[in-house]
Ligand binder design. Structure first.
Ligand code: NAD
Length: 398
């Protein structure tokens, strides 16, 4: 099958197996180039491990620390001539590479919010690893089915007043005005249920009850703060309320981990194009300006550069952590640099159709979007026939 990108709105409904494998290979090379992280963890559970920050974290753990990894994700296998999802191909490529390197890697494909998933992962930890030294929670989900059976959805809306902004259509590259009405109270509460800290607490509680966390175990959860220009759509919006809840959850996880002398950190990562971020209305203009400013300054980072720096200079460096007043580790330092934010603020309201290519790096943003689905890699010949059905070893969930 010849596989080409098929883009609808902010979604790409196809993915390229070889391109996704190339992406994973590039990330592995990036981590390997930095050498072994001697104080790194040896047994790591990554919840949300198939894309964006979760995949990069898994690669940092496996290829930076030689860790055994268990990955949990929600991806689609290839079916009836349709390609699998990008996260499927990337997880399959990661697993092949880990096994080739003699590293333990097992995968769970299903709903991380469910009790069944938690108990299946716990059984696997007990059987294969005994315990884990690190739990990376990197889930970004649109919905959560609660134990009652009710499904609640997260929404990306402002709070209090409407947001007027601009978005860019991937296919036509046209700028379009965007208006988002403020969220209802119930929508805010539901977004906190999905993207807040409750499920992280549930995972840690279940792992502790089953003696799956080693002495000194570390757990992390990623957040985004952004800057003044993104606050109305992000940090002061519904998703920001969910992210605020992570700070509450972190305190509760820290106290739950006392018995094993464990640690819990909320880590502020930089804004990047991932599957989850591509769904945030209005982020395309901000990220295109940001990419332009950061590439110009030579400080641009992708997910793997962020997690590699997090592991090497913060979590496992032995040096004091770069934490803010709320105790969060800050990896958004380069994004929030004054000169970078000055550039973004100066042009935020000035971007238009004529100057898009000049003021912003929309081209780089578009390439990041295509590469996220395995397209636009120079090393891959997209004219060749490829098999869309790529096998992946999976553990069962009852
Ligand atoms: P992503 O979309 O790339 O990855 C999300 C992961 O969650 C995938 O592995 C997906 O399979 C998994 N997932 C979703 N629903 C699931 C379910 N029900 N069960 C099991 N797995 C499920 O997202 P990302 O941007 O890497 O986000 C990860 C975390 O990083 C989020 O907390 C996000 O808020 C945070 N973050 C993102 C950015 C950014 O700019 N992208 C910045 C800072 C922090």
């Amino acid at each position: 099958m010849i596989i080409q990108p098929r883009i609808k709105g902010f979604l790409c409904t196809t993915a390229h197996p070889q391109g996704c494998a190339q992406d994973v290979e590039n990330q592995i090379s990036r981590v390997r180039a930095g050498g072994l992280i001697k104080a790194g963890p040896r047994r790591v559970l990554v919840i949300g491990s198939s894309g964006g920050y979760g995949l990069a974290s898994r690669i940092s753990a496996a290829f930076g620390c030689s860790a055994a990894t268990i990955g949990v994700f929600f991806e689609r296998a290839s079916k009836k001539g349709r390609t699998a999802s990008a996260g499927w191909y990337k997880s399959a490529a990661f697993t092949r590479a880990a096994h080739d390197a003699g590293l333990y890697a097992s995968n769970f494909n299903g709903d991380a919010f469910s009790a069944e998933m938690k108990s299946a992962v716990i059984d696997c930890i007990k059987r294969d690893l005994g315990q884990v030294d690190m739990v990376i929670y990197s889930l970004a989900a649109p919905a959560r089915t609660l134990p009652s059976g009710e499904t609640v959805r997260s929404v990306l809306k402002p709070i209090g007043e409407a947001f007027e902004g601009t978005t860019i259509d991937f296919n036509t590259q046209q700028l379009r005005p965007l208006t988002l009405e403020p969220a209802e109270p119930e929508e805010i509460a539901d977004t906190v249920k999905v993207m807040g800290g409750e499920d992280w607490e549930d995972w840690i509680k279940a792992l502790l009850e089953n003696d799956c966390l080693a002495e000194g175990c570390l757990t992390t959860n990623y957040t985004y703060l952004g800057s003044q220009v993104t606050w109305p759509i992000y940090y002061h919006g519904t998703i920001g309320k969910a992210k605020e809840d992570l700070d509450r959850a972190a305190a509760s996880v820290v106290s739950a981990l006392q018995g094993v002398a464990g640690k819990a950190h909320v880590v502020v990562m930089k804004g990047l194009l991932t599957q989850a971020a591509s769904a945030i209305p209005g982020m395309s203009v901000y990220l295109s300006l940001l990419f332009r400013a950061m590439k110009g300054a030579g400080t641009h980072e992708g997910c793997i550069e962020q997690t590699d720096r997090l592991f090497r200079t913060q979590l496992f460096s032995g040096e004091p952590l770069r934490q803010d007043k709320s105790g969060r580790i800050r990896m958004d330092d380069l994004e929030l640099d004054d000169a970078i934010q000055d550039y973004v603020r100066r042009y935020w309201h000035k971007v238009n159709q004529e100057n898009l290519g000049e003021l912003t790096d929309f081209e780089g943003y578009r390439q990041a979007f295509l590469q996220m689905h395995g397209f636009d890699f120079a090393e891959v010949d997209y004219a060749l026939d490829v098999e869309p059905d790529v096998p992946m070893p999976l553990e069962g969930v009852e």
